[in-house]
Design a protein around this ligand. Structure first.
Ligand code: ADP
Length: 549
């Protein structure tokens, strides 16, 4: 027979089904046990946490269920003791954490079940927190590893700082760092302490005004500011710093601006090398070098003087000896003239030879005098209208006898009327020197003398076909006492071309040579025709060569 439920029964049924749904919907395992130890209620989650077989749970016997679950726990005795303890104190609440042998962690919470203030049982709830626990453990492990890394990093940074510090401290150059805003010292190494004569402790946080004169501090500050605003490294090759007890020091400094990420000046780094000793050593080196140079110059002067004396005595003695022999011979012949009937022509020829020797002697003496006077006071020209053709004609007349004695033929191509404002006697000397060299070194071969003219210059060209001059010697022959090639037995002191060049250059002209050993030489003198002359030579212009005393 069908029973039709009353409204109260329906209401109860609804409530029970609602309760069931609520209990099943929670994520916690729920177990309700009455005071007789009977299981009143449980949900599926409870079964799945404890993995209790249905035949056991269906007995509704809490003790059986307990003894079944015990084997799953790591500490079953403590678990059981707590359960029994709570059943003895029905009104108390509990909370603990259970550890399963398979690694799960479950929170256990219990509350008394009371109806109208009468305790009828106990409600247990179980929450599997294995995942949260493992997440927490992971987090904890991660935190520990982070802490370890931080410690390692801190140690690395500490070591790096010690390393950098030891380098900065041991660098022999001064290193200082100032903050850009107030230019106060932030850092100074040991070399800096020595240079400033103050300890790091004394200097950090202070600026130049605390240690320098106002003037010097102003100058340093201005430079620092200039570096910071220019953004460029400033190199100061030499600056002085009053280094306290060590006195004034000379520094080579580099100032380097350092900027923050936004491009604003943050620090000013200065690196200074103490070059006081280096500069002193350099000065000593220069002084020693100067002393050495003047010693060498003095030695060179003495050598030149000795050479001069030996050349001069030899060269002066030769014509004098010849002259003496000639004069003694003439004297003897004149004494015996009537006896041996010597002719007038013979005597005149002998006298001419003597006169040539006197001329040679005079020319040597003149060369010596000219050289020393050019060295001492330069060359003074007496300019007047001078006709080159006339001068060359005069010289050739004077040298006729000598030309025939050396055996060279002479070809002359001299233009009419080349007239310039020159010193006649000196131009005569130029022609004499070039012609006598052509005779001396021309090996008896033909000689040519010619003149040329352009609108601005007059040219005298003397060509011989004798021994010639090697290229490397060609510049040297215009210096004093320079003789080159095989000149033994050929009279000369190495002064003729030197004086010639002085004369030509004093007129504003030039002298040059084109020559080849064995093929003769061509000397060309150019003299300006109008105005353009260098003027008289001052002694200073020749001061580069050592002066003979
Ligand atoms: P000196 O003839 O008195 O030695 P110079 O100053 O006139 O002095 O000449 C310097 C040197 O130049 C000579 O000693 C000689 O070696 C060389 N020299 C000059 N002229 C000639 C020349 N025409 N041919 C070859 N060598 C020459």
């Amino acid at each position: 027979m069908n029973h039709t439920p009353s409204p109260a029964e329906l209401k109860l049924k609804q409530n029970i089904s609602l309760l069931r749904a609520v209990i099943e919907s929670t994520n916690d395992g729920i177990l309700v046990v009455n005071t007789d130890g009977k299981i009143v209620c449980y949900n599926q989650k409870f079964i799945s946490i404890w993995r209790i077989p249905m035949d056991i749970i269906e007995t509704r016997d809490d003790e059986r269920a307990l003894s079944y679950v015990l084997q799953q726990l790591k500490e079953p005795d403590a678990f059981l003791a707590k359960v029994h303890d709570l059943y003895k104190r029905p009104l108390s609440e509990s909370f603990d954490v259970l550890e399963f042998k398979d690694g799960r962690i479950v929170e256990r919470y219990s509350k008394p079940h009371c109806i109208d203030e009468e305790c009828v049982g106990r409600v247990w709830s179980f929450r599997d927190i294995t995942k949260q626990e493992s997440a927490i453990n992971d987090l904890r492990a991660y935190q520990e590893s982070l802490e370890r890394q931080i410690l390692e990093r801190t140690e690395e940074i500490r070591k790096a700082k010690v390393f950098v510090d030891s380098i900065i401290e041991n660098i022999p150059d001064m290193i200082s760092v100032k903050e850009a805003a107030g230019l106060k010292f932030l850092r100074l190494n040991r070399a800096g302490e020595e240079l400033w004569g103050h300890s790091q402790e004394e200097m950090i946080g202070k600026d130049g005004y605390d240690f320098l004169s106002r003037e010097q501090a102003d100058a340093f500050t201005a430079m620092d500011r200039a570096v910071l605003s220019s953004g460029k490294v400033m190199d100061i090759p030499e600056e002085t710093l009053d280094g306290g007890s060590r006195g004034e020091r000379v520094l080579h400094t580099k100032k380097i601006p350092i900027y923050d990420g936004d491009g604003n000046p943050e620090y000013l780094l200065s690196i200074s090398e103490d070059i006081t000793e280096k500069i002193q050593a350099e000065k000593n080196r220069i002084r020693l070098m100067e002393e050495q140079i003047s010693r060498i110059a003095l030695e060179e002067t003495l050598r030149l003087r000795d050479e001069f004396i030996s050349i001069a005595s030899h060269e002066l003695k030769t014509p004098l000896t010849t002259l003496l022999i000639q004069v003694q011979l003439i004297h003897k012949l004149v004494e015996q003239a009537t006896i041996i009937g010597i002719s007038k022509e013979k005597l005149l020829s002998m006298l001419n030879t003597s006169i040539r020797q006197v001329d040679r002697f005079t020319s040597l003496i003149n060369n010596l005098l000219d050289t020393s006077s050019i060295s001492a006071k330069g060359l003074t020209l007496h300019r007047q209208d001078t006709d080159l053709r006339k001068i060359i004609g005069d010289v050739l007349n004077r040298f006729q006898a000598e030309l025939s004695s050396v055996g060279s033929s002479l070809e002359v191509h001299v233009l009419d009327h080349i007239i310039g404002q020159w010193d006649r006697a000196r131009i005569d000397q130029v022609v004499v020197n070039l012609l006598s060299n052509a005779m001396k070194y021309g090996e008896g071969k033909p000689i040519e003398i010619s003149t040329e003219s352009t609108p601005t210059v007059a040219r005298i060209v003397v060509v011989d076909h004798g021994m010639g001059i090697s290229r490397k010697d060609q510049e040297r022959i215009f210096d004093r006492f320079e003789r080159v090639g095989s000149v033994q037995g050929i009279a000369g002191m190495g002064l003729g071309l030197y004086i010639t060049r002085q004369i030509v250059e004093a007129h504003g002209g030039t002298i040059s040579v084109v020559s080849e050993p064995g093929n003769g030489s061509k000397f060309t003198v150019e003299l300006p025709l109008h105005g353009a002359h260098r003027g008289d030579v001052t002694p200073r212009a020749y001061g580069d060569a050592p002066v003979l005393h």
